[in-house]
Design a protein around this ligand. Structure first.
Ligand code: PGA
Length: 246
């Protein structure tokens, strides 16, 4: 099964209007690599302006509410994000699971709401260092994935991002063997739930991906792209990762 590589920047809580020039530059890099699907998940305040300057990249958001509307002060619905110009949305990032107390059930509900609003979804999973050190990473992350998987999960609107929490923003990554084993385990878990769709579903790696390690990571059989934080903030740092994918 050949899966089109998906390389997505997660700007987290970074980016003001001045950074729209980087969006434009990254959109131009994306145009040079048509074999790769490239996107930027920017802060919600930038989605509308970024969508006008995205070039060949897509623009996405970083979270949405699980409800379509209502009394949820400060929250944004999937429909609002889609109207602003988002095409994809990240759900279940470990920073939200930890700091905002999001559970697997919340994540599945958010993914389902996003799909209902016409968004595509990147669903994040990953283990803590304690779990990794205890040798339980594959079983814990597989269970987390199955518990977070929305109803109707299918490869044309859902991608998975495996992000070991201890690798995010730290400059540390697992061994290539460990990444390969995890991605194979996650694909097997997906197959147990969604059958043939598992073959087509993209499974991204995230956590300190950069221009030096991206090619080796994305050459692994079940690594179908990357979710990139720090190294996606400028075209200069993001371009080599995009090039490594295609
Ligand atoms: P990082 O973040 O690339 O800065 O480690 C990745 C992520 O959290 O999505």
């Amino acid at each position: 099964m050949s899966r089109r590589k998906l390389v997505v920047g997660n700007w987290k809580m970074n980016g003001l209007k001045a950074q729209l020039a980087e969006v434009e530059a990254i959109g131009r890099v994306a145009a040079e690599h048509p074999a790769v699907e490239v996107g930027l998940c920017v802060p919600a305040t930038l989605i509308m302006a970024a969508a006008e300057r995205k070039g060949a990249a897509f623009i996405g958001g970083q979270d949405c509410h699980m409800n379509a509307s209502g009394a949820h002060t400060g929250c944004l619905s999937a429909e609002m994000l889609a109207e602003a110009g988002a095409e994809w949305i990240i759900v279940g990032h470990s920073e939200r699971r930890e700091a905002q107390g999001e559970t697997d059930e919340h994540v599945a509900a958010k993914a389902f709401a996003a799909k209902a609003a016409g968004l595509k979804v990147i669903l994040c999973v990953g283990e803590s260092l304690d779990v990794r050190d205890a040798g339980d990473a594959e079983s814990v992350v597989s269970a987390q994935l199955l518990a977070s998987l929305p109803e109707g999960a299918a490869a044309d609107w859902l991608a998975i991002a495996y992000e070991p929490i201890w690798a995010i923003g730290t400059g540390r990554i697992p061994t290539m063997e460990a990444v390969a084993a995890m991605h194979a385990a996650l694909r097997a878990s997906l197959a147990s739930r969604i059958g043939g769709q598992a073959d087509a579903m993209r499974i991204l790696y995230g956590g300190s991906m950069n221009g030096d390690n991206a090619a080796e990571l994305m050459a692994l059989a079940d690594v179908d792209g990357g979710l990139v934080g720090g190294a996606s903030l400028t075209a200069e740092k993001f371009a080599p990762i995009i090039a490594a994918a295609g």
